[in-house]
Design a protein around this ligand. Sequence first.
Ligand code: NAD
Length: 376
Amino acid sequence: MAVDIHLPSIMKVGGGAISELQDMLLTLGIKSPCIIADPVMVSLGKVESITSMLASYASNIEVFSDVMPEPDDKSINGAVSLVKQSQCDGLIALGGGSAIDSAKAIALLASHGGQMRDYKVPQVVTQQSIPIIAIPTTAGTGSECTRVTVISDSQSAEKMLCMGPGLMPKAAILDYELTLSVPYRVAADTGLDALTHAIEAYVSKKSNPFSDQQAIAAMRLIAPNIIKACKTPQDKAAKEAMMLGASLAGLAFSNASVALVHGMSRPLGVHFHVPHGMSNAMLLPLVTQYSLTGNSEKYAEVAHYLGLVDESNITNIADSHERLIEFLHHLNQELDVPTMSSFGIEKAPYDDIIELMATQAIASGSPGNNPKVPAH
Ligand code: NAD
C-alpha cells in the first residue's frame, strides 16, 4: 500500500548553512519576513545576526521574540496580530522546537484565523499558510521536518497535538554550528527526545519502508554521539551527527507516528512542568520494557541499530531486549535524567490528575500506534 510522504521542499544542510538564508527567501519569494524567536536567541545575538544579514534584502523585517518554552495558545496571540498587521509574507523560525512550533501555529492562525484548539487532532491541517523557513538551534525535536505542532491549551491544560501537511515548513536550514551554544541540560533533553522519536517511529504501527530508513539512519547517528555532544559540546562531529540524526528522526516520526512514550509525555509535561525531552527520557526505558512483546523482532533490531548487538545476534531476542533496556537506563544515568519520583511525580496525591493525563494521552491518538496498546 502506498504511503504519503511529506518533507520540506528545500533543505540547506551543513556548518555555516545559515549564510544561505537570503537565497532561500528569494527562492520562496518572501519579501517581508517576520523572525519568530525567544528572548535567549536575542541575548545570544542570533536574531541580530539575521537582521543584519538581511538588512540589504528586506526593508521591513519584523521580529517577535517572546516565544515561551513549550508554548501555549495565549503566547502566540501577539505574533499573530503582528504578522497580520505588517502583512508579513513568510516566517523565519529561529530556535528550538518551541520557536518552530510557535511559528507553525502563528502562520496557521494569521492565514486562516480561529484558535489552535480548532485544529487539534483528530482534525487534519491541510490548509497551506504563509511559508516558514525553520532554523533549529537545538538537535532534538525535528520540528523543522515535521507536519506537527504542539501547543498547550491555556484553558484546559492540555498539550494539544495538531497535525497535517499544512504544518510542514516550506524550508529548513540545518546548521549544527547554531547548536554549539546549547547548555548541557538542554542538549541532553533534546538529544533524548530525538532518540525517542527514532525508536518510536521504528516500532510504531504506522511505520513504513520510508520512515524505517529515516529512523535507522537516525539511531545510527544518535547512539554513538549523544553523550559526546552533551559532555564535550565543542565536538563538532558529534554536534553535526546529532543535528542530522534529530532531523532524520523528525522525518521518520512525521511520516509514521510517535507512540506511547509521547502520548504519556505530553500530559506529564503540561501538568508537572517537565521539559518535553526530559519527560520522554523518564518514560522511555519503562515504556520500552512494557512494549517489547508487542513487536519483539523490531525491538531486537533497534538494539542492533543502536550498536548494542551484532547483526548475527539479532535472532537472540531475549539478549537483544536485555541490552536495549540496560542501554536506555544507562543513558539516563549518564545524562543525569531525574527519575519521576525525584521530580515529585507520584501517583498519590495526584490520582485525579493522572486520570486526566490518561484521557488526554488517549485523545492524542499516540498510544494507539504503540506496538502494545495499554487498556484504559
Ligand atoms: P526549546 O525550544 O523550549 O528550548 C529550550 C531552551 O533552550 C530555551 O530556553 C531556548 O532558548 C534554549 N536554546 C535553544 N537553542 C539554544 C542555543 N543554540 N543556545 C542556547 N540556548 C538555546 O526546547 P526544544 O526541546 O527544542 O523544544 C521543545 C518543544 O518542542 C516542546 O513544546 C515540544 O512539545 C515541542 N516538540 C515539537 C515537535 C514537533 O514535531 N513539532 C516534536 C517534539 C517536540
